[in-house]
Design a protein around this ligand. Sequence first.
Ligand code: MLT
Length: 411
Amino acid sequence: MAFLNDNYLKLRAGYLFPEIARRVTAFCSANPDAAKRMIRCGIGDVTEPLPEAVRNAMHKAVDEMGVRDSFRGYGPEQGYEFLRNAIAQNDYRAHGIEVADDEIFVSDGSKCDCGNILDILGDKNVIAVMDPVYPVYVDTNVMAGHTGPANEAGAYAGLKYLPCNEANDFVADVPSERADIVYLCFPNNPTGSVATRAQLTAWVEYALKNDTILLYDAAYEAYIHDPEIPHSIYEIPGARECAIEFRSFSKNGGFTGTRCAFTVVPKSLKACTASGESHPLHPLWNRRMTTKFNGVSYIVQRGAEALYSAEGKSEVSALISHYMGNAAILRQAVSQAELKVWGGVNAPYIWVKTPSGTSSWEMFDRMLHEANVVITPGSGFGSAGEGYFRISAFNSRANVEEVARRILALR
Ligand code: MLT
């Protein structure tokens, strides 16, 4: 009999969102009337239609594919030059940040890239994650065999958890001991916290001092409203020597179903070989992508490029305003219900403290059974998330207004 990857057997229960979906489906089948009024504010999945600029560009690309002279087969695995250039120019160089077109790698999602990046990193690294944490960072390390088993609270042996709590406003402090790899996510999923320039500078200084690589997930950067908050880790001097940045079109352009994202691997970023020599990571990621990936479809990349057109930018800005308007309504309702709330100002997630004595999953059940609203239990993001829950602002305005009414009625 062939051997399986035993590391998968260390994973606790299902991945958080399928597990929530399973519980919601079970409740809905047993309660068909409640099912009809169910509103889903669990997974952060966009609800508003794709921007017109994107749809037009994609229609045009489909037509090109229907003509022999403009038909395209395999594209470049790293992404078409037109999109790599649009990204580097608009997201970085236009803001005074040095990023070359060929340091951008276009992919089918940040979730995939955050997991796949482990392919080019060694197995002996000390890995640190924030707690609460986006579960993908943890689970992919478990799958790769970088941890021991989980304890009762769900923490895996071998991983360093950096506590994020009310005292540090849900932004992890730089630890006193060193780590080889640190995952940072700002604006944060799940807490909605953001890191200031000073906080990110402290992280970059820590990374440069300790030869640490920062894996910086900026999937929600478009939601930053405060002009003082950095959108990219590369706004911090020295970050090109210590950070990889992940970005996505899912939450700004509404591409959760369309699939397109990118990762920035600076050519100046190096890591160490088993024999102790320093080696750039860029050629390794290039090799990984050209070997295991055949690129995002031409049609989708043309759609993503259109997000950088004048019409595209204005449509993205309208989408962000819509979701952040939702966030404001949810924040207000939760505050009126006399619950403590964070996030929802520079991020589409509202992070709420459960009423005293109520666990995260008890709150999930209460919201499901009594308000027929799906939220995400904070403990699903790690032990430091116990006692909190997350509400996603990705929804229609009508649904969010109804959720606000139901939260107040529950009170
Ligand atoms: C979330 O709800 O945390 C996100 O939608 C998950 C994801 O982007 O993969």
